[in-house]
Unconditional design. Structure first.
Length: 356
């Protein structure tokens, strides 16, 4: 596969990070450019939040640059996939919620909270969200090319041709309850997006905006998609001809969204509320419970999914009894589903010892 597109997308992603990083650095250094109301957040909290988000975007820039380098093919898989999973969970629901809210405000004429300018100047949102949009498209595009170069043989397989690795029964024990939990949480988020006040205080209902509703819709639909992807991966016989990359993309985006934008946000609020006086309190009642359960579901998917993918892409270092011969991938030793025979000519195994 031609690597020039991968290099171009990776470098564009690095460039897209620069405006956000520069703005955050100015705010940390005390230059409140674009900040209308500096008294809304305490100075300590403001600096800590900006340092943390600066580091997050800096990691994204480093990962994007690594994808473009030859050393990126030899890097441990977890070193790249974990930050990209987190980036998916932060950027995808943020941008889909923003796009949905903006379109709704434009069509219905409802006031858009970004245009109010009571905390940050409107141009700040343009710089931040414009950079995020370019960064998401280029970063995830580069990772898609990278993944197909490194694990294309696995991603192009139909679900019915997935080998029985021996731990699928254990994966079902953990991932099916996680999928059920994501389904329930996604349904609650969709209800909130539709205007329901289920478990929400009157003050929070009154504070909702068009972006709030759109964000709930985005989080809910992503959670439901993640649940569907998990079910397809652990029960491949349901739709055996669906490609692994399709089910994996659904599970990836849905679980990452619940973990990063739901669970980690709840955890951050809990830690901040415990360490900093006057910080925003942790949501109580059902919203707080949803955040905690999203964190738990994301952790379960992260752990079980990591073990499963490492098992599928691992290759033994030596083949006993055949000295000097290159070992065959684990796919060859695993029990093959009959559906794989129709796809065998188009499948190219890409697993190497570096894929682990």
């Amino acid at each position: 596969m031609d690597s020039r597109r991968l290099t171009l997308l990776g470098r564009l992603a690095v460039v897209a990070c620069v405006p956000y990083l520069a703005l955050k650095l100015l705010w940390v250094l005390g230059f409140d450019i674009g900040v209308v109301d500096t008294s809304r957040v305490g100075r300590t909290t403001w600096i800590a939040a900006n340092v943390f988000t600066f580091l997050l975007d800096a990691v994204a820039a480093v990962v994007a640059q690594t994808l473009t380098r030859p050393a990126g093919r030899r890097a441990p898989a977890w070193l790249l996939t974990f930050p990209l999973w987190m980036a998916s969970g932060l950027l995808i629901p943020l941008l889909t919620g923003l796009a949905g809210g903006s379109v709704t405000a434009l069509v219905t004429g409802v006031p858009h909270p970004v245009a109010a300018g009571d905390w940050l100047a409107p141009w700040v949102y343009g710089v931040v969200y414009g950079g995020f949009t370019v960064e998401a498209v280029t970063l995830f595009g580069a990772f898609a090319l990278y993944a197909h170069q490194r694990w294309g043989g696995l991603l192009r397989r139909p679900l019915g041709a997935l080998p029985d690795t021996g731990t699928r029964a254990m994966q079902r024990i953990f991932l099916l309850p996680a999928a059920a939990l994501l389904t329930v949480l996604g349904a609650v988020q969709v209800l909130w997006g539709a205007g329901s006040a289920l478990g929400v205080t009157a003050a929070d209902v009154a504070a909702r905006t068009v972006l709030t509703h759109a964000s709930h819709w985005a989080a809910g639909l992503l959670s439901l998609a993640g649940a569907a992807g998990l079910v397809l991966l652990v029960l491949p016989g349901l739709l055996p001809r669906v490609r692994v990359r399709t089910a994996l993309a659904l599970a990836w985006c849905g679980s990452a969204s619940a973990f990063a934008c739901g669970g980690c946000l709840w955890l951050g609020q809990a830690v901040t509320d415990g360490l900093v006086r006057g910080a925003s309190a942790v949501p109580e009642g059902l919203p707080g419970l949803v955040g905690a359960l999203e964190l738990c579901a994301g952790l379960v998917v992260l752990c079980a999914g990591s073990f499963a993918l490492c098992e599928l892409t691992a290759v033994p270092r030596s083949a006993p009894g055949v000295p000097g011969r290159r070992p065959a991938p684990v796919f060859a030793a695993a029990r093959e589903h009959p559906a794989s025979r129709a796809f065998r000519p188009a499948v190219r195994e890409c697993a190497t010892a570096d894929d682990r």
